[in-house]
Ligand binder design. Structure first.
Ligand SMILES: C[S@@+](CC[C@H](N)C(=O)[O-])C[C@H]1O[C@@H](n2cnc3c(N)ncnc32)[C@H](O)[C@@H]1O
Length: 305
């Protein structure tokens, strides 16, 4: 169970000692920072390399900056994973509805860069000898996705975002998309904890019920999102490739395992589908888990013209 927040850890956190729920209004920067190393390790490298080849050809042929829009950018993890692998000048538009995460993204990217060129509106950085221009835009993608997809772009990208949205929104998105899509870490519904626990199955089932509630876009597609996208994009002439990108987490990332277990227990507790004492026992075992695998899909979709 559990899940990338895709999983909402830290949207809702289960406090074992006081049995209280702490609800936060959005994804916390702390949670996103905890998961960033596992996110970066999990990404399918072959799919990323295919994108890189496609964009390098484009940059060479057209002799211009490549433009990427990152949907639900959070604190900028997707840019940090991808930009350094792209050997050409880039312009990124980072989009989120959370102003605190956008501010965190700006600050974190300043620390990540090798050098700052300019911080006047558009942030211009140097990383690995590439120039990266970054704009930050606060917008509600539930309402305004068509507006965002009308902006100039060579690639629409996202990380850990599409499982939050509803099927009807995915159809809107796929109907409007006119450029390459590269999205990583869409939760696939699988999760395996070691050692196993007798409540794993019941907890995962309840977690899925929680995942498929409204996250602001209508009832979330959750683990079905990647397959819906594959179907909708293929029907509109895109060549679509899916590649697995599971989290592999062990005791070397104790804080991450604990946050994942607590977030999952909190979500399950909210559903009321599992007895609180059973959730508590499961959580106690999971805080000491040796290993956890959480499945995701990465997707590359290219318009066949
Ligand atoms: C799981 S986080 C992923 C963040 C980031 N992409 C990463 O990989 O760390 C989902 C992100 O989607 C954003 N988000 C959720 N609903 C949104 C909406 N309606 N409009 C814009 N952003 C939204 C959240 O604020 C959050 O930053």
């Amino acid at each position: 169970m559990i899940a990338s927040d895709t999983a909402y850890p830290l949207l809702t956190r289960f406090d074992r000692r006081r049995h209280t729920e702490i609800k936060m209004t959005g994804f916390s920067a702390q949670w996103l920072a905890l998961r960033e190393p596992a996110d970066h390790r999990a990404r399918d490298q072959k799919l990323q390399q295919r994108l890189c080849v496609q964009l390098t050809d484009l940059a060479r042929t057209e002799q211009r900056v490549i433009r990427l829009i990152d949907l639900g950018c959070g604190s900028g993890s997707n840019l940090r994973a991808l930009a350094a692998a792209l050997p050409f000048a880039q312009h990124w538009t980072l989009v989120d509805y959370d102003p605190l995460l956008l501010a965190t993204a700006r600050a974190t990217l300043l620390g990540w860069a090798d050098r700052l060129v300019s911080d006047a509106g558009t942030l211009t950085l140097i990383k690995n000898n590439q120039t990266i221009e970054i704009d930050f835009v606060q917008i509600d993608l539930a309402r305004d996705i068509e507006r965002v997809l009308a902006w100039p772009a060579d690639v629409i990208t996202a990380a850990a975002f599409f499982d939050l949205v509803a099927e009807a929104w995915l159809v809107r998105f796929c109907q409007t998309l006119r450029v390459t899509l590269y999205t990583v870490l869409t939760y696939d519904g699988t999760e395996q904890w070691l050692p196993p626990h007798s409540s794993d199955r019941a907890i995962l089932k309840a977690f899925h019920a929680h995942q498929q509630t409204d996250k602001g876009f209508g009832v979330a597609a959750g683990p079905n999102a990647a397959l819906i996208m594959e179907r909708e994009l293929a029907a509109r002439g895109f060549g679509v490739t899916l590649a697995p990108s599971p989290w592999q987490i062990d005791r070397s990332e104790t804080a991450f395992i604990e946050a994942l277990a607590s977030g999952s227990a909190g979500a399950v507790h909210e559903t009321g589908l599992v007895e609180p004492a059973q959730v508590e026992q499961w959580l106690a075992a999971r805080l000491a888990a040796e290993h956890c695998t959480v499945g995701h899909w990465d997707i590359l979709a290219t318009l066949n013209i």
